[in-house]
Design a protein around this ligand. Structure first.
Ligand SMILES: *Cc1c(COP(=O)(O)O)cnc(C)c1O
Length: 231
């Protein structure tokens, strides 16, 4: 049951906040519903969950149409430029901006729709060649560029930490994310004041919260194992 899993996750978040001396209200739990049907989202909604994450543009839009309007949809996946039009205006935040050219496309569509899009820069903090996101130096350049785009509101940084057995192995990466955020804020770039850190997944969200996460993206710990189609 979603409600039981939510209770377990909530207890762990509270414990991590307590340990770090943080207020629970600083952390938003995003339930990553990708591959799960709209029915699962509605069950989660009935259990009190309001923030959901999706990594495919059309899947997000389809679920949005089938689910209560109070839901806040976060886009967390690799976004192709031809799919930007589905996400802008439908997602409350795009977590996964990983290039200036993608940011420019979001800006173009947002201007056309007359909306402001909250965005995060996705950082490849562990420097893994298999991951999307950009290195620390490029992240600074990307944030600077987004700060100058009138229809983007650059809110912070996002990372996908490596899959590990022991979440403690990722503590250093989460800390490096927080330091990078502080470093960028200290530059006082025009239009840039970063407050959000989107980091931590089912295996390591407690450690991420201890290190300053404000948005945690939790899938399997809330919905159970994902079922990908066979074809
Ligand atoms: C799938 C996904 C998650 C959730 O992963 P779990 O390990 O199931 O919690 C978080 N973030 C992103 C970007 C994802 O694609």
């Amino acid at each position: 049951m979603f409600a039981d899993r939510l209770k377990t996750v909530e207890e762990k978040i509270e414990k991590a906040c307590e340990k770090a001396g943080r207020d629970r209200r600083e952390v938003t739990l995003i339930a990553v519903s990708k591959t799960n049907p709209a029915e699962a989202v509605r069950e989660a909604f009935d259990a009190g969950q309001r923030d959901f994450g999706e990594n495919k543009a059309q899947e997000m839009v389809a679920k949005k149409e089938a689910c209560p309007e109070e839901i806040r949809w976060h886009f967390i996946g690799n976004l192709q430029k031809n799919k930007v039009k589905y996400v802008v205006g439908n997602a409350v935040m795009i977590h996964s901006v990983s290039s200036v050219s993608l940011a420019e496309e979001i800006e173009r569509i947002a201007a056309k729709k007359s909306v402001i899009v909250p965005v995060l820069a996705e950082v490849n903090i562990a420097d893994e060649s298999t991951k999307h996101g950009i290195g620390r130096e490029d992240a600074i350049a990307l944030v600077r560029a987004m700060g100058e785009m009138p229809h983007l509101s650059v809110k912070g940084l996002m990372c996908i930490a490596p899959p590990v057995e022991d979440p403690e192995e990722n503590r250093g990466y989460f800390r490096a994310m927080r330091e990078l955020k502080d470093e960028i804020n200290a530059l006082n770039l025009p239009g840039v004041s970063l407050s959000e850190l989107s980091m931590g997944m089912s295996g390591d969200y407690s450690v991420a919260v201890e290190e300053g996460a404000t948005l945690i993206r939790v899938g399997t710990a809330l919905f159970g194992a994902r079922h990908y189609p066979q074809d």
